[in-house]
Design a binder for this molecule. Structure first.
Ligand code: SIN
Length: 276
């Protein structure tokens, strides 16, 4: 397989592979690239739902997203779906999947099914680089801290989506997720440090007032925003994105109003996170 950077600080395009036909050695190689680079992009893949699942299961256990509608006959595959008539999209803010779970998802594998005529890119951010880019005084302040993550303000019965036109197509009655994780983690496979707070699902930093926590998180997010750790993945038919939720953020662009977009996501189960 051949890897080419998608942009300077974010994402790798993996060529010369068919994900439905990888050898065991290629899976080992892919796992190492996944840990090292955080987000991998593939083009021209033939990955119908059964093959999507088979490929994902070669990386470990799956976790089913309880808020999204499943694909018919494939309960382990979530639909990331926006109808022509809907104005709100799924995942349209910076986040990392399932950080509200005690054992946050290791990764996600997203396959293009039906794309809008234009727009609908997914933005990614590299949280290894984000951590490295922070000033030393802030790094010292953040190391050792813990943050609470929650699904309730987004997927709860009174959360963000409930008040939108996407609310009816999500399972907002599902159990709320709440978990505490280190603000800076040591990635279990690469051994590198990564920033593990995200604007969408991190509720607060523990041991501080709400105001102090808000100010600290705002400072961190503003600095990350000013740093070149981003890439916009432009979807094509047959494209697949595979990202590590411990070392990336993502954000689905909602710039295709009046058009339909459908992708299928399989989520890979993870383990409790260790502080750096
Ligand atoms: C997601 O947050 O998993 C969805 C990303 C996308 O639709 O591009």
């Amino acid at each position: 397989m051949k890897l080419t950077p998608y942009s300077e600080n974010c994402g790798m395009v993996v060529q010369d592979v068919q994900l439905a036909k990888l050898s065991d050695d290629e899976i080992v190689e892919l796992r190492a690239h996944f840990a090292e680079h955080g987000v991998l992009f593939f083009y021209d893949q033939d990955l119908p739902p059964a093959e999507h699942l088979r490929f994902a299961k070669r990386f470990g256990q799956l976790v089913v997203n309880r808020f999204f509608q499943p694909v018919e006959n494939f309960p382990e595959i979530a639909q990331v779906r926006k109808e022509k008539s809907q104005t709100t999209n799924i995942g349209g803010a910076w986040h990392t999947d399932h950080s509200y779970d005690q054992e946050p998802a290791m990764g996600s594998i997203l396959v293009a099914r039906e794309l809008p005529a234009a727009g609908g890119d997914t933005r990614f951010a590299n949280m290894y680089k984000a951590w490295e880019s922070l000033p030393d005084d802030l790094k010292v302040q953040l190391e050792g801290l813990q943050a609470e993550h929650s699904s309730s303000h987004v997927y709860g019965k009174e959360g963000y989506y409930a008040a939108t036109d996407l609310g009816e197509s999500l399972n907002l009655e599902s159990e709320v997720g709440e978990a505490v994780h280190p603000v800076v983690i040591r990635h279990p496979d690469s051994g590198k440090k990564a920033l593990y707070v995200n604007p969408g699902l991190t509720a607060r930093i523990l041991g501080m007032s709400r105001q102090e926590s808000h100010e600290l998180l705002t400072r961190v997010y503003t600095l990350v925003d000013e740093t070149d750790v981003y890439c916009d993945f432009e979807w094509q038919p047959g494209a697949v994105a595979m990202w590590d939720n411990r070392s990336t953020w993502h954000n689905a662009n909602n710039d295709y109003q009046g058009d339909f977009r459908l992708l299928h996501r399989v989520t890979l189960a993870g383990a409790p996170l260790e502080a750096a």
